[in-house]
Design a protein around this ligand. Structure first.
Ligand code: ADP
Length: 608
């Protein structure tokens, strides 16, 4: 039974023990009281009957009737029987029946033999409790001696029925029993009811604890029981509050950490002491060309699939110290791997940091290239200047026409040097944002066509054809016209330079949403795929174009100019077939609605 469950508890066993002792004590006390009161009532009954019997025998009337003969005595016996509500029998000294209020009734013959009658015949009153001949009826039997002036005449026997007394006693006994039973049932009801109340409160608490264990931290005990259970419930609620606060704090800290790990560009992995990947952030997954799902719970070696990276961890495992290595994990990716062992209370593990140094390396390469390029670019004109000056000093001074020629050539070299230095200076000024743009809304053709016209003679000299398609109804663009002319000039100049005679050059401008896109295409020598990403670098010149001349700065300047306008510039090329240079310019009053990105070219990513 559910409500008996608390019986198993020590405290409840004690309560039930005390309750049982109380019940038994009550029952015993009730039994004692019943027996005691029965004894008293019986004693009182017997005493009163003895007095009545003795009072009846001392009357002179009885003696006279006794002496008057059996008929008179019979009358007297009847009278006494009616008066005292008893059976009355008169006996001779020898024990023979003289008169009987119920003549002929059974057991009359045995009267003379009974102890109380024998005692009365010897002169003393005696009593006894007797059972009737049917075995059920009980009597209180009193025998009193009858004397006349000291001479015994016989004895008078009274049989008082006990039925009434016994019925009364039985009723009392039943009443006491019923009261006891009632008290016992009431106490059972009270004790079990209270037990059930506590059990219910305990069950409620258990349910709440189970919900909290399953992660429902909002669960609370709402109805507080009185007493100790209430105190326990309040303590539980307080504990749940604290737990909830702690969990929230933890969740916040974890989410902060997650955010950091998620957005940081460096790769982070946490390994167990056996080298199992326990955490990997998106940057690490990207750098190692894997996914979180594929790497988690795998060994580090399996996750990275690169023995050089795995070796750094093995070294760290052996030395117990931080280990670092710079590794080129793919031709286009260069990383630094740092493995640090850590010790926590719970165990040890390793923290792996993967830093992407590709960009840094590229910048280093660009810088080195820049230095070697600039030295290279300077060396040629300087060497020829030196040779010219030496020749001039040694011999040509005496030959004025030759000296003039040399001086002219020296001037050309100095001009080339000056142009290069100026372009460099300009590039560095644009790069550092020192050249303010004079932005005006103008038609694209106003910026493009003057540059085309300036270069037309060169096209003709190169025997190429030039087609220009710049519609007059293009939207106004917000640009610094002079700078954009510089870009167009540079792109056209390159197209002319790198297109053999008979080739075609085409310039088109189209409206693309909030942008105007300009394309300069040629059918020239084209650019090798390996070189294409680098042509916008400073001083970069494809090997084959070195002979054609140029500083290698034109595209770098163009890139910065276009970027300063908020546009993009990129190139596409098929080696031997031709090249296409694209750039975009922002429209002066952008159209409302979808942003420019939606209409930007999707064919190739801008390379700049
Ligand atoms: P340069 O002054 O040498 O032309 P640029 O920066 O303008 O310098 O160009 C860089 C390099 O890009 C060139 O040396 C050449 O190799 C390549 N290049 C640029 N335009 C073209 C083109 N239209 N066709 C082929 N190669 C080109």
């Amino acid at each position: 039974m559910r409500i008996l469950r608390p019986l198993s508890r020590l405290r409840w066993r004690a309560v039930y023990g005390v309750w049982l002792v109380l019940l038994v004590t009550m029952a015993l006390a009730a039994l004692y009281l019943v027996l005691r009161s029965e004894a008293v009532q019986r004693a009182r009954f017997e005493q009163s009957r003895v007095h009545q019997a003795e009072a009846a025998t001392v009357s002179d009337r009885l003696i006279q009737r006794w002496m008057a003969g059996p008929a008179a005595l019979q009358q007297e016996v009847h009278y006494l029987a009616t008066l005292l509500d008893a059976r009355v029998t008169a006996l001779t000294v020898q024990g023979q029946v003289l008169a009987d209020s119920q003549p002929g009734a059974p057991a009359q013959s045995e009267l003379g033999l009974s102890t109380e009658v024998r005692a009365a015949l010897t002169g003393s009153t005696a009593t006894a409790t007797r059972t009737g001949p049917d075995g059920r009826e009980h009597f209180f039997s009193v025998a009193v001696p009858i004397n006349r002036a000291g001479t015994p005449l016989g004895a008078l026997h009274f049989a008082f029925p006990l039925q009434e007394l016994e019925t009364g006693l039985r009723q009392t006994r039943s009443l006491v029993f019923l009261v006891c039973l009632g008290v016992a049932l009431l106490s059972i009801w009270l004790v079990l009811g209270y037990a059930e109340m506590e059990a219910r409160a305990l069950r409620r608490m258990t349910r709440v604890i189970e919900r909290i264990t399953e992660g429902d931290l909002d669960a609370r005990i709402l109805s507080l029981a009185p007493g100790e259970l209430g105190v326990l419930a309040r303590a539980l609620n307080r504990m749940a509050d604290k737990l909830q606060i702690q969990m929230k704090k933890r969740a916040r800290a974890k989410s902060r950490l997650d955010t950091v790990l998620h957005v940081m560009t460096d790769g982070v992995l946490i390994l167990s002491k056996t080298g199992e990947v326990k955490l990997i952030n998106p940057a690490a997954a990207r750098l190692l060309h894997t996914t979180e799902a594929r790497a988690l719970d795998r060994s580090f070696v399996q996750a990275v699939r690169d023995h050089r990276v795995a070796e750094v961890w093995t070294r760290c495992q052996e030395s117990g110290e931080e280990e670092t290595a710079a590794i080129e994990i793919s031709p286009t990716q260069f990383v630094r791997v740092v493995v640090t062992p850590y010790f926590k209370r719970v165990g040890r593990g390793y923290l792996v940091m993967i830093q992407d140094l590709t960009q840094l390396r590229r910048l280093q390469t660009i810088r080195q290239d820049f230095i070697s390029n600039i030295s290279h670019e300077l060396r040629t004109p300087l060497a020829s200047l030196r040779a010219l000056a030496e020749t001039l000093r040694d011999s040509a001074l005496d030959d004025p026409p030759a000296a003039h020629r040399f001086l002219d050539r020296m001037e050309v070299e100095v001009d080339a040097l000056t142009q290069m230095v100026e372009e460099l200076l300009e590039l560095s000024r644009i790069e550092s944002g020192q050249v303010p743009l004079r932005l005006n809304p103008i038609l694209p053709s106003a910026a493009i066509l003057p540059a085309v016209e300036r270069l037309r003679p060169q096209v003709e000299r190169g025997q190429q054809t030039l087609t220009v398609d710049v519609p007059a109804d293009l939207p106004l663009v917000l640009i610094d016209a002079e700078r954009i002319q510089q870009v167009v000039t540079n792109l056209l100049h390159n197209a002319i330079k790198f297109t053999p005679p008979g080739g075609a050059i085409r310039l088109t401008a189209t409206s693309q949403g909030n942008l105007v896109q300009v394309v300069v295409e040629d059918t020239g020598i084209g650019i090798a795929p390996a070189e294409l990403p680098r042509i916008f670098e400073r001083f970069y010149k494809a090997d084959r174009s070195r002979a054609v001349g140029g500083t290698g700065l034109g595209l770098a300047i163009s890139k910065h100019v276009i970027q300063a306008h908020g546009g993009t510039i990129w190139a596409e090329s098929v080696e031997g077939e031709g090249s296409r240079f694209y750039f975009t310019l922002p429209v002066a009053e952008p159209l409302p609605g979808p942003d420019a990105a939606a209409t930007a070219p999707a064919t190739s990513a801008p390379r700049a």
